[in-house]
Design a protein around this ligand. Structure first.
Ligand SMILES: C[S@@+](CC[C@H](N)C(=O)[O-])C[C@H]1O[C@@H](n2cnc3c(N)ncnc32)[C@H](O)[C@@H]1O
Length: 334
């Protein structure tokens, strides 16, 4: 279980009714205008983002960082460029989890209002530099030690900015919707063609089965949230709950991983209880497959979507099912 970070608490929510109205308004705006720009000039947006969307996105990024850490993804990075940084959500998550290795953080953001509104938070970053100049040219970082981040910003852009492929690593998070998630899977193919290796969530560089074997599926992870009291109180007045949050993400590097992914799979679905069996979508190659526990053989395990697992030695292959006859273990490479 992960905890909503205590670095963004609403200490004493002054106008909880206004806040909930603002959150619902911004949520509706994002739903009705999935490709449009965040309306930073509106007060309701600033209020809702700071107190609700920022902590939730932060939590998503922290969890993607944890997925990356479990495959040693972050080794060697010394600087980050956060494109479409807004408040700097992803940059904060980096500081909180990788502060011993990061020496410089650049935030590139189209909206000067966003940079101004959140300047109090940017002070907490490591040698931060903020700019509204939308270019990756002449930045004072070493490209082969730099992680380029897009946290919920590609959804507002037509394509990656020129010169994106000079950097060693990419961390991309997008909304876990069919539309954005599938765009990310198309981008995955393009990154591989550009010589990048996808370190997570993928366990292989073949075609993505969710992309090629279905018209609507998309890869996304789910994280369990333990919220502090102020957040629960806030949610009581909202139509949406965040017991879990989801995200679609890619972690890619020019360097290839040292880890051996043989017999390793990613759980890409939630556990499905059916008559006589429990199935869970998993990914270890180009085929769309389910890890399956037959109830007559053994008790089913309930594993979280997004975890890496070791494929047990004793399995029976039946159609698109990999039926396990042994306990399935989680896999961590570090
Ligand atoms: C949904 S917000 C995400 C903010 C932050 N990265 C986060 O994870 O919470 C998307 C951000 O991308 C910015 N943006 C949109 N198009 C952009 C572009 N072409 N170049 C730079 N930033 C852009 C918006 O102004 C907005 O701040």
């Amino acid at each position: 279980m992960f905890i909503i970070p205590q670095m963004f608490p609403i200490e004493s929510p002054p106008q909880i009714s206004n806040l909930t109205t603002d959150i619902i308004r911004l949520s509706d705006y994002f739903i009705n205008n999935p490709d449009s720009q965040t309306p930073w000039n509106e007060h309701y947006c600033q209020n809702a983002y700071r107190n609700y969307f920022l902590p939730l996105n932060y939590l998503r990024v922290v969890n993607v960082i944890r997925r990356g850490q479990s495959v040693d993804f972050f080794t060697g990075f010394q600087s980050t460029i956060d494109w479409g940084a807004g408040p700097g959500t992803a940059s904060f998550a980096i500081v909180d989890n990788l502060k011993n290795q990061i020496k410089k953080q650049i935030l590139i953001e189209k909206s000067s209002t966003a940079l101004r509104q959140f300047s109090d938070l940017h002070e907490k970053l490591i040698h931060p530099e903020t700019t509204t100049e939308l270019t990756l040219k002449n930045l004072n970082v070493q490209a082969d030690r730099t992680l380029l981040i897009f946290s919920y910003s590609l959804t507002e852009m037509k394509s990656l900015p020129p010169n994106w492929d000079q950097y060693e690593g990419l961390m991309i998070l997008e909304p876990a919707t069919s539309q954005d998630g599938r765009k990310l899977l198309a981008l995955r193919e393009s990154l591989i063609k550009h010589g990048y290796t996808i370190w997570a969530p993928c366990t292989h560089q073949n075609a993505c089965p969710l992309y090629t074997e279905s018209k609507y599926d998309w890869c996304h992870d789910r994280y369990h949230v333990t919220a502090p009291p102020w957040f629960k109180q806030l949610e009581e007045n909202l139509p949406m709950r965040n017991n879990t949050v989801t995200t679609s993400y890619l972690l890619a590097r020019k360097t290839k991983p040292k880890n051996d992914f043989t017999n390793t799979a990613r759980l890409t679905g939630d556990s499905l209880n059916e008559k006589g069996k429990t199935r869970q979508l998993m990914c270890r190659g180009p085929a769309r497959e389910f890890l399956t526990w037959m109830h007559k053989d053994m008790d089913a395990q309930t594993l979280n979507r997004g975890e890496l697992i070791e494929i047990p030695e004793k399995v029976v292959l039946k159609s698109n099912e990999v039926r396990t006859q042994q306990i399935v273990k989680l896999k961590h490479f570090n």
